[in-house]
Design a protein around this ligand. Structure first.
Ligand code: ADP
Ligand code: MG
Length: 648
């Protein structure tokens, strides 16, 4: 696989390098330059759209900021070319940080609105700031000098090609590293991200700044390639076009970005020639017909399931051959094509092709994601950093948590000793999960203090608390769904990396060593929770019970001193409960304190050293299993007739 890829990339590169010699047509060369520039922008846009899962309609604005910065620095200020481009990147990246501010507060459609407003404001400002931008009249930017002569279109082509390759290297290595995983984790669950010590705040700002940096580079190149920029070039339509290109090509792949760029640049050109359009239609129709034939003959697809796309295609072919003039229908055809692709290929063209490969070779995983051997047991556990067995580790006193008129927690005290299992039980709605959220910084308590390992953690952020050594699972599973099991665990290992961006981009020895160590630890943790054979399974495709186990593995990756488990047995088949019990005991054996919220009384009574009982937000009892079972208040409040469960 690796060899084919290498050969293919080499050939592609050779073709691109020879292109201006084989086809010295400035128009085609310019088209390729624009594709390259768009591809750079899409690499960046994909960070936000594909990885963090946000929508940005502000990238046309960022593109414009890059173009104008380069243009002004080069033309008005008179600085050299090699300064103009870095300036464009830096200024645009700074605006990316501005765009990150709303992204930290709102998501989804609201963020789309805000970024749309951002793009509009940028366009208006460019228009109005006459003294700097020459307003609607536009800015003339000549190509830079190269040695003695002015750069030609071909020179600029090679420069753009080099820029694309450099951008590709930077973005690909970053996104395949722990940084990319933290971006991707944001999409899956921001809360879990924070609780794995990966600060949502930092990741989001970094994602937007990086994304904007690429938009700035693309914009700068665009100014020199077009030699003229005007505010109207960076309008709303362009923002939509970029978004479509990313979805069309395929999220989370660099080839998807390049393909998307090629499509949105070339399609309008292809659509201006009726004969070319007809040939293209026939080609697509043949491909789809072959695909459909194959699907019917070899898979369980029936002809009926394919009716709609086949009829649509037939209509399209008829349409193509009855059309006299294509120019006036260009936009509607463009729209129809996009509609079809987005509807039938939600993961884009590259995503679809990958799914095909997966179907024919179910065991196929990208080469870099397999790990040969990981029998290194020393890598599984790092001993907890604080607290010897039995000493107080966590002390929460007088915790009050008020939601409007409801006191979910009322003056609750909780002490957890290092290396012990502490049960937290109580009827539904008694405030157990709320307590856990307070302890991990998700809620700030209305009153009360929390100290961990002798230091107050009241008011600390979730990621801060997590890095101090408090890990958790969630009652409603919060996995990073699109990431594989091993990647989920590796997000928990983010704290183990000590690298600079340079290490990541250049994949230095340090980087490769740390990445390998993390992968080995993650594999060992998966073995520990019994998911050893599911490394490359996407988390969302795991059965519910396994998802809970994966959450435990991910939490252990933090090397915590305290592990909070919120109903770990929910969804686990009764036959597997003894295994879970053994696992929790083993975690304690490694010196990790556990707070266990659970409804399975056998499990709780069997493993807990101490148990606290909550009812209506108040602690009504605390003690060893035996004492709790015979406490009349507990029996009345919660255990009822089940109070006879015996410790295992
Ligand atoms: P459980 O013991 O079942 O885990 P919870 O801690 O989830 O109970 O909930 C305790 C009470 O607090 C419930 O009445 C719940 O409705 C309320 N509650 C929990 N979180 C919130 C919130 N974010 N806003 C308002 N009420 C909440
Ligand atoms: Mg709960």
């Amino acid at each position: 696989m690796k060899i084919t890829r290498l050969v293919f990339s080499g050939l592609l590169l050779l073709g691109l390098a020879l292109f201006p010699l084989l086809l010295p047509n400035p128009y085609y060369i310019h088209l390729l330059v624009v594709i390259g520039i768009y591809a750079i922008l899409l690499f960046g846009l994909d960070i936000v759209v594909g990885y963090t899962g946000e929508i940005s309609l502000g990238h046309a604005g960022l593109f414009g900021i890059g173009a104008y910065t380069a243009g002004i620095v080069f033309t008005t200020v008179g600085a050299p070319f090699w300064l103009a481009l870095p300036a464009a990147i830096a200024v645009t990246a700074a605006f990316g940080a501005v765009l990150a501010m709303p992204a930290l507060r709102v998501t989804g459609p609201y963020l789309a609105m805000v970024t749309l407003a951002f793009g509009t404001i940028v366009q208006i400002l460019i228009n109005e700031m006459d003294f700097l931008t020459r307003g609607p009249q536009g800015l003339q930017v000549l190509k830079p000098m190269l040695l003695e002569h002015r750069m030609t279109v071909v020179d600029f082509y090679y420069f753009t090609l080099a820029s694309v390759l450099l951008a590709l290297l930077v973005v690909h290595h970053t996104l395949k590293s722990y940084i990319g995983r933290s971006f991707e984790a944001l999409r899956g669950s921001p809360v879990a991200c924070d609780c794995m010590g990966v600060s949502v705040y930092r990741s989001k700002v970094l994602a937007f700044v990086m994304s904007a940096g690429f938009a700035g580079l693309a914009g700068g190149l665009y100014a020199f390639s077009e030699e003229y920029i005007a505010p109207s070039s960076f309008n709303f339509e362009l923002a939509i076009l970029f978004l479509l290109a990313v979805t069309l090509g395929g999220r989370k792949t660099r080839s998807g970005s390049v393909l998307g760029a090629a499509i949105v640049v070339l399609l309008p050109n292809l659509l201006s020639d009726i004969d070319l359009f007809r040939q293209l239609t026939v080609l697509i129709a043949c491909l789809v017909a072959i695909g459909a034939g194959y699907a019917v003959l070899r898979t369980r697809t029936t002809l009926r399931q394919l009716t709609v796309p086949l009829v649509a295609l037939a209509v399209f072919v008829i349409f193509a051959f009855t059309l006299e003039d294509i120019a006036e229908h260009r936009l509607s055809i463009f729209g129809l094509l996009i509609l079809g692709v987005v509807y039938y290929l939600p993961d884009g063209i590259v995503g679809y092709l990958r799914a095909l490969v997966k179907r024919f070779r179910p065991q196929w995983v990208p080469a870099h994601e397999t790990i040969a051997e990981h029998g290194d047991a020393a890598n599984v556990w790092s001993a907890p950093s604080c607290g010897a067995g039995g000493e107080p580790l966590l002390e929460a006193s007088g915790i009050v948590m008020q939601f409007g008129g409801l006191k979910a927690l009322n003056e609750v005290d909780l002490q957890v000793a290092a290396g012990r299992i502490h049960g937290l039980i109580g009827p539904n709605g008694s405030g157990k999960s709320t307590m856990m959220n307070v302890l991990t910084g998700i809620y700030t308590p209305t009153q009360g203090d929390i100290s961990f390992a002798g230091q107050s953690i009241g008011g600390c952020t979730s990621s801060h608390i997590a890095l101090r050594g408090v890990a958790r699972t969630f009652q409603n599973v919060q996995l990073f769904g699109e990431m594989t099991a091993i990647e989920n665990v590796m997000v928990g290992l983010t704290h183990t990396y000590e690298l600079t961006l340079i290490d990541v981009v250049l994949r230095t020895g340090r980087y490769r060593r740390q990445e390998h160590e993390a992968r080995v630890s993650a594999a060992n943790l998966l073995d520990f929770v019994g998911l050893g054979d599911m490394h490359n399974e996407e988390a969302r495709h795991l059965p519910y019970g396994k998802q809970r186990l994966l959450e435990i593995a991910r939490a252990l990756a933090l090397s915590p001193s305290l592990l909070l488990l919120d109903e770990p047995a929910a969804g686990i088949p009764p036959a597997d409960l003894p295994e879970l019990t053994a696992m929790i005991r083993k975690i304690r054996e490694h010196g990790i304190a556990v707070v266990l919220i659970e409804h399975h009384m056998d499990l709780v009574m069997g493993v807990c050293d101490r148990i606290s009982v909550l009812d209506f937000g108040q602690k009504i009892a605390e003690g060893a299993a035996g004492e709790i079972q015979s406490d009349p208040r507990v029996i009345a409040a919660y255990l009822g007739g089940e109070a006879t469960a015996q410790p295992a």
